[in-house]
Design a protein around this ligand. Sequence first.
Ligand code: PLP
Length: 390
Amino acid sequence: MNFDEMIDRRGTHSAKWDKMEALYGVSPADGISMWVADMDFRPPQAVQDALQAMLDHGVYGYFGGDGEYLAAIRWWMQNRHGWAVEPGHIFTTHGLVNATGVCVQAFSQPGDGVVLFTPVYHAFARVIRGAGRVVVECPLVEVEGRMTMDFAAYDPLVAGKATMAILCSPHNPGGQVWTAEELRGVADFCQRHDLILVSDEIHHDLVMPGHKHIVMPNAAPDIADRLVMLTAGTKTFNIAGAHTGNVIIADPVLHARFAKTMEALGLSPNSFGLAMITAAYSPAGAAWVDALMAYLDGNRRIFEEGVAAIPGLRVIPLQSTYLEWVDFAGTGMSADEVARRVEREARIAANHGATFGTGGESFLRFNIATPRARVIEAVERLQAAFSDLQ
Ligand SMILES: Cc1ncc(COP(=O)(O)O)c(C=O)c1O
């Protein structure tokens, strides 16, 4: 567990490092990649050992017998989230973007509206539009530094126009952990408009010290008949390339609809992903996550203090995830000028806020899950690129 180790990922088919020049014009020769959400760390040793055992055996056939995998999920959710999951409620998909796509197919019709609380993870809108459904944006409202939901304003936007809502909990971007009251508000809203609620909780393990994530079934047990939970260990353990996620559905009618769509799409699990997750959802994996979060909290402090020292820049303090959401509105600069300074002068690749939907236009999203020395370097480069504002 040496999170300070600099691992060179360039030339390893890493989207984060090997696509940044094409996407952001930032050369990997001296650039810092802070965009897509994966970490520059190795996963827990237990995950490496599980893969090594597969490699040593050397035969890579179809996967069969998911009992250990399901038991590992059950153990993790009970121990880390106080949530009792029935193994029979769990489906395995090729990650959660894939799961979102299957949900859209299973629970809505072409032309239906799907509610998003924006700004939010950009792949949701891509999947919804790609499937011929309509994104119904319900913009979050910032009140004293907190993203809040204005359900009274959303009611007329949604009434009769949508069949489904997707919640990102904790929220990406911004890393906000929703309170029990906020989650209840979403549940009531979905009941009021007869929406199926898909709760994407992929970031649920990446919670900063002092904050507590509440899984939707615990916040609103009365919406089990309309709730679809998306969870994965791929963000938690930095194994996004394993493309393995779960859809957990307690309601028998929704469960049957989802099962039918999985069958229609010919989906079956990836044995590498299942082996890695089974190993990770363990006491050793839990200890690794605790150490990871203590380390990321240190990166968070350095990044937030360094960025807050630049006049005109404002950073929303992270409660979870490793994705810092920085507002450049106070500089008075256009989004193009901000991007030019960050990409050309600081030589940092960061996600453009506008891609997350309404409300993200003046922001950039920075991934701080990298060795601390690199976070310090990034802060220094940002301070230099905006030094004329001092
Ligand atoms: C909210 C959310 N859902 C899903 C994903 C991606 O999931 P997967 O890699 O399992 O497709 C991300 C990645 O950043 C995310 O932030």
